[in-house]
Design a protein around this ligand. Structure first.
Ligand code: AKG
Length: 396
């Protein structure tokens, strides 16, 4: 989940003026993938010059069958916990099957992506994510936030607040923002987010078991989660070898539950190389984010990942980003630190982290350099991570 703002009102110097439009007093960039790739030269803002090639090796991540876990089979739980522990210490990534989410609900959520991105550009721009106002809304290539290395994608994000008193908040949100005709879409995403929340709590239990802490510790912490749902739309690109759909990044959130179609393109950085993730029919992808890394006192890795674009086919994915409620303090359970193994990061809250990512996080791997520029980061910690590096800097 790459979601920062580096410069609020400065537009990228996208080649043609035809890519810009005046909307409510602001000049905004229009991400029209068909037009952009027909320009005499592919716009340099979308070229990732130091694009590290994929190793074309397939990631050997564990595929966790959740069936035994739901049945309370202690042996299945122990096996799953061990697989998760190994994967999370190595790269922070695994997939799950038999996860209990109705395939019809997943299909419906996937099918609702199209009507959103097929809306006229004026409508999409009217609900665009505005600099400094968080992560909710439409974004075309994240051009509101970055000057170059733009991702070849459109996104639409909204909040799911499990502590919210209004149980139909997503339905109401879709109706009020996109119009009455999006009521059905709102219902689908309401149900999808509720199902994702329940699933995330089961995964939290597994993570607790795998870390050897009280089984309910993280489940209780995330009961009143304030999560973010994002629809990703990656149009095909004839210059697919030059650009990226999502640049290399670690999610600042706790856990990401991703549904991807069969097109493929997701890659994880493990063993010092980019490895491809095979889309597995019916499976959901799980990756650890920065907040979970902090909650495990650094034992589990925030997963560094990116997404390629396909030359011929569009790709769609649904990302559910699990976050703690805004008043929860992120700190690892007592069992995960001691005098011999001290705390790796100071306490923080999700709103603090979100605020930080809005100003300093980048769509590529250069967040750390960005932090150096801001004088915030401890130089001896050469990972791609961001806020946690900053916090480590405070500790040293
Ligand atoms: O679409 C994908 O495969 C990855 C999406 C992602 O990393 C993001 O939305 O942050």
């Amino acid at each position: 989940m790459d979601h920062s703002i580096t410069s609020s009102n400065v537009l990228p110097p996208i080649l043609s003026k035809g890519n810009l439009q005046k909307v409510d007093e602001n000049v905004v960039f229009i991400f029209d993938s068909t037009k952009l790739q027909k320009q005499p030269n592919f716009p340099e803002e979308f070229v990732w010059p130091d694009l590290e090639n994929s190793s074309h090796e397939e990631l050997n991540e564990p595929l966790i069958d959740m069936d035994g876990i739901f049945k309370g089979d202690e042996e299945a739980i122990a096996i799953a916990a061990e697989l998760i522990r190994t994967a999370c210490m190595k790269h922070g990534f695994f997939q799950i099957t038999n996860h209990g989410i109705d395939p019809a609900l997943i299909r419906a959520a996937y099918d609702e992506i199209d009507p959103i991105f097929m809306l006229p550009m004026d409508k999409k721009l009217s609900v665009r994510r505005k600099p400094g106002t968080g992560v909710v809304g439409y974004s075309g290539a994240h051009a509101d936030r970055f000057m170059s290395k733009l991702p070849w994608k459109e996104t639409y994000s909204f909040e799911y607040d499990a502590s919210h008193l209004n149980p139909l908040s997503i339905v109401d949100y879709f109706k009020s923002v996109l119009g009455q005709e999006f009521e059905q879409t709102g219902w689908v995403y309401q149900k999808y987010c509720e199902a994702m929340k329940e699933l995330s709590l089961v995964i939290m239990e597994l993570l607790a078991i795998s870390l050897g802490v009280d089984r309910l510790h993280y489940r209780e912490f995330f009961e009143d989660q304030c999560s973010i749902m994002r629809c990703n739309f990656y149009p095909p690109c004839i210059y697919s070898g030059l650009t990226l759909g999502t640049g290399p990044h670690c999610d600042p959130t706790s856990l990401t539950i991703l549904y991807q179609d069969e097109i493929g393109g997701l890659e994880v950085f493990a063993d010092n190389k980019w490895q491809t993730v095979r889309p597995r029919p019916g499976a959901l992808v799980i990756n650890i984010g920065d907040t979970m890394m902090a909650l495990s006192n650094g034992k589990y890795k925030s997963c560094l990942h990116r997404a390629l674009v396909n030359q011929e086919k569009e790709r769609k994915s649904l990302a559910f980003f699990v976050n703690p409620n805004e008043d929860k303090v992120v700190r690892p359970p007592q069992d995960l630190f001691s005098r011999e193994e001290p705390r790796k990061y100071p306490d923080f809250t999700w709103p603090e982290l979100l605020e930080f990512t809005q100003h300093h996080y980048r769509a590529d791997e250069a967040t750390l350099q960005e932090l150096h520029l801001h004088g915030l980061c401890h130089p001896s910690h050469p990972t791609s991570s961001n806020f946690l590096d900053y916090l480590m800097g405070l500790l040293h």
